[in-house]
Design a protein around this ligand. Structure first.
Ligand code: UT7
Length: 332
């Protein structure tokens, strides 16, 4: 007989978005595009851009501090920090270590997770497992991205889509059985890694004058292929996780999807027969913030009181890797 696992719940959420707003009209002054094209193809109206000297760990620390305040915890209480990011301050050390230092967390074990836009769900599942092990009490799970640092601002097929920001949650043991993190369903497939990637900067193409001149350090994407993969993978992941945990789509109260493209979300809504009103959407104001997108949307949904006690939340993500997945949370 297996005993009921400890409820691991979200104790607080926080987020941070840089001050600078870049509108579609602003981008149309950089490349051959228009507000009409960007809005109709993606649903994005504007995005935030970090200051030149503002780093991924700066944003992570601000979102993390907000989550710690919401959870009413002091720095000594945090014993694990996981940062999901594809735009770390440096190749190493980890952005989590740099964030730990900025927040002054003397007891925290820190490391990064890289699963592109699905990174937050991968970090959340990892954090839950470690807290459930009994070795850690409070984990700070952050998604933080300075996407503007890997965007080619002359490539209109990508530069219109992304933005900078950070979102965070604190997880820890809950007191109400059946609430909190119910489970995740994560997947990866390295076979199509080249439809969404940054080719250079690693051991394959180390930085060189040549790699910089040929734009190897910028994000490259085959948009249409990613679009099809996004719809297919998130639909299947939603179906699988609901089956695995014995829920129907009707029982879902709020969906927090990765905020990449409104048309992807609309297709998901119709395929899953889940009304659009259940999807929390803020991509119009932030664009695609990769691993920050789900915790940023979650925090905004909490602040806007769109999430009530006992609501069943479905999170859905897809990204480079390829990686994709879902998570179910019963809000405490
Ligand atoms: O977190 C994961 C990140 N990635 C994504 O979520 C991306 C998923 N893919 C998408 O969201 C969509 O594929 C895009 C928004 C990237 C593109 O939308 P689309 O409807 O698939 O457009 P398309 O790539 O088929 O391009 C249609 C046309 C092309 O012109 P032609 O060949 O038909 O003459 C493009 O050159 O639109 C042109 N185009 C643009 N025009 C104005 C591409 N980008 C732009 C632009 N402004 N920014």
């Amino acid at each position: 007989m297996t005993s009921e696992p400890l409820p691991i719940t979200i104790k607080g959420t926080g987020s941070y978005a840089p001050e600078k707003v870049l509108t579609n009209d602003d981008i149309s002054k950089l490349v051959d595009t228009s507000d009409e094209w960007i809005l109709s193809r993606s649903g994005i109206k504007e995005r935030r851009i970090a200051a030149k000297n503002e780093t991924c760990s700066d944003m992570a620390a601000k979102a993390g501090l907000a989550a710690m305040k919401a959870a009413n915890l002091s720095p000594e209480d945090i014993d694990l920090v996981i940062v999901a990011t594809i735009t770390p301050d440096k190749p190493f050390p980890s952005t989590a270590c740099l964030t730990q230092h900025k927040l002054g967390l003397p007891n925290a074990v820190c490391f990064d997770i890289e699963a592109a836009c699905s990174g937050f769900l991968f970090a959340l599942e990892t954090g839950v497992a470690l807290v459930r092990s009994g070795n850690y009490r409070h984990a700070l799970i952050i998604g933080s991205e300075k996407m503007s640092s890997i965007i080619d601002w002359t490539d209109r097929t990508t530069c219109v889509l992304f933005g900078d920001s950070a979102g965070a949650v604190i997880i820890g043991e809950g007191s109400i059985p059946g609430t909190g993190f119910l489970g995740a369903n994560l997947s990866s497939d390295g076979a199509s890694s080249d439809i969404l990637h940054v080719p250079g900067g690693g051991s394959l193409i180390p930085p060189s004058a040549d790699s910089v001149a040929s734009g190897q350090h910028f994000l490259k994407m085959k948009g249409r292929e990613v679009f099809k993969f996004a719809v297919r993978s998130m639909e299947q992941s939603a179906i699988d996780i609901l089956k695995q945990y014995n829920f129907t789509t009707k029982q879902i109260d709020v969906v927090i999807p990765h905020q990449a493209n409104l048309r992807i979300i609309e297709l998901l809504s119709s395929k899953l027969e889940l009304p659009m009103e259940k999807f929390f959407i803020n991509l119009d104001r932030y664009g695609n913030t990769s691993s920050a997108s789900i915790p940023l949307a979650l925090d905004e949904a909490v602040q806007a009181k769109k999430i009530k006690s006992n609501d069943l939340i479905l999170m859905l993500a897809f990204g480079g890797g390829l990686t994709w997945g879902s998570a179910l949370i019963r809000w405490p």
